[in-house]
Design a binder for this molecule. Structure first.
Ligand code: NAD
Length: 439
């Protein structure tokens, strides 16, 4: 069993402290607020949360849970600290780090006095890069010690929801953490081993980003449901019934397939139908800022890809895919066709490998290029061989993933400049002449 100090007896810290004590660990909770310390030491919860009073009473009675205002005492008597101080917004909306900075100063000074190895594990919600740019330098300056060598560092975001916090602790939806050193990584693995959830070990900044992604995603979902509900009501419909139907479709509507960062959406349905629904909203005098922003953001993703190609300075460009997705020759509102057309208009030479559009041209040249009203001379631009396209281009833009083209494209990474809008290889990351749009 471990000895853990928990800094910050707020909504997060007190639940962590009580649950760690219930799991059998020895826990010292630390807060600047003497009242919270007093309340906890009296076996009571400083916040209202289902089941927490009982856990705290049991923890304090068992001797495994106590509280103090002294950082030095807590650090001296534990092997690791969870840091759960608040990160309220600064006036400009950015993350407020005053409590994080000052707790890192307190902890840094205390680990310098302690002498032995101590792991500092941040649990507060902090924007990507904060561990590297703020927490670690502050801890090192205050301790005079080297992070990852003389003391351990981890980032372990908390996902609990107030009101079901204890239930969430024992049955979490996600466990993700990063650590600078093996000792801290092993400790976090050990502390979470009994929980019924896969553990994801990533780097510190990825763990920080996952927390913001999770909260933003929830916020977007709520706002989307509300916007749909408002439009539904204005048209005499039950918004909750509509959303229940949507959520019952786990195959398409709720599929993770549409949560994979990459290129813009297009095709014959999504753009026209989002446009039409924003018109329904406008006709009903219902604001639909989220749906309008969707169209704007989608157009922005095409411009982002265009900028990446322009920045490369290449004038002979090979497109892998021109239809709106692989598996079809449909070019209606294809963002790849739009991108190709923009480059052609500004004088770039564009060649295209797209087995489905090529098949359409060989089957029925009259009908081929269905829905294309933007790319001039489409038939003449088609190349049937991926290797020929790669060899003939100064840069390759991979828009659609075609299984048979993958080996040649993967081989070309690092040899032929490439802008990847779909990700030809799961591990590929932007590096030199290979640039992924979102990775
Ligand atoms: N509340 C939630 O549901 C929730 C869920 C997940 C993550 N988070 C994140 O967890 C963090 C903590 O949130 P919270 O709601 O528990 O905050 P909170 O404001 O309720 O608690 C923070 C506590 O930290 C104490 N504190 C501040 N500086 C200190 C120091 N130097 N030493 C010791 N204690 C100190 C404060 O006195 C306070 O009691 C935030 O970053 C928040 O975004 C919150």
């Amino acid at each position: 069993m471990a000895k853990i100090s928990v800094f910050g007896i707020g909504y997060v810290g007190v639940v962590s402290a009580a649950c760690l004590a219930k799991d059998g660990h020895e826990v010292i909770a630390v807060d600047l607020d003497p009242h919270k310390v007093e309340v906890l030491n009296a076996g009571r919860s400083p916040i209202v949360e289902n089941g927490l009073d009982e856990l705290i009473r049991e923890g304090v009675e068992s001797g495994r849970l106590r509280a103090t205002t002294s950082a030095a005492e807590a650090i001296a008597n534990t092997e690791a600290s969870f840091v759960c101080v608040g990160t309220p917004s600064d006036a400009d909306g950015s993350v407020g780090l005053k409590y994080v900075t000052s707790v890192c100063e307190n902890i840094g000074a205390a680990i310098a006095q302690k002498g032995g190895f101590h792991s500092v594990i941040m649990r507060s919600t902090i924007v990507p890069g904060t561990m590297e740019r703020v927490c670690i330098p502050t801890l090192m300056a205050a301790s005079g010690m080297k992070a990852g060598r003389d003391f351990g560092v981890g980032y372990f975001p908390e996902f609990l929801r107030e009101s079901t916090a204890i239930e969430d602790y024992y049955d979490p939806g996600l466990i993700v953490f990063g650590a600078l050193d093996d000792h801290t990584r092993d400790l976090l693995s050990e502390l979470n081993r009994h929980l019924p959830c896969e553990m994801h070990m990533v780097d510190l900044s990825t763990a920080e980003m996952v927390k913001y992604t999770s909260n933003s995603w929830r916020a977007v979902k709520i706002t989307f449901a509300n916007e749909i509900g408002n439009i539904a009501k204005a048209n005499g419909l039950d918004g909750q019934l509509v959303m229940r139907m949507l959520c019952s479709d786990t195959k398409v509507a709720m599929s993770p397939a549409f949560l994979r960062p990459g290129f813009a959406f297009g095709g014959s349905c999504l753009p026209k139908d989002v446009r039409a629904l924003t018109c329904v909203a406008a006709d009903s005098d219902v604001p639909s800022p989220l749906l309008s922003a969707v169209l704007e953001a989608n157009a922005g993703q095409i411009s982002r890809a265009e900028e990446m190609v322009r920045k490369s300075g290449a004038s002979k460009i090979g497109f892998v895919g021109v239809s709106f997705k692989s598996g079809t020759d449909d070019l209606r509102e294809s963002p790849l066709a739009d991108l190709a057309a923009r480059l052609i208009r500004s004088g770039q030479e564009v060649r295209i490998y797209d087995p489905f559009v090529s098949t359409a041209f060989s089957n029925d040249p009259e009908a081929a290029g269905r829905g294309n009203d933007v790319v001039p001379d489409l038939g003449a631009r088609m190349l049937p061989e991926i290797r020929e396209l790669i060899a003939d281009s100064e840069i390759v833009v991979v828009g659609n993933a075609y299984e048979e083209a993958m080996p040649a494209l993967i081989e070309a990474i690092g040899h032929r400049p490439m802008i990847d809008l779909t990700r030809v290889e799961a591990q590929a990351r932007s590096n030199g002449s290979y640039q992924g749009i979102c990775w």
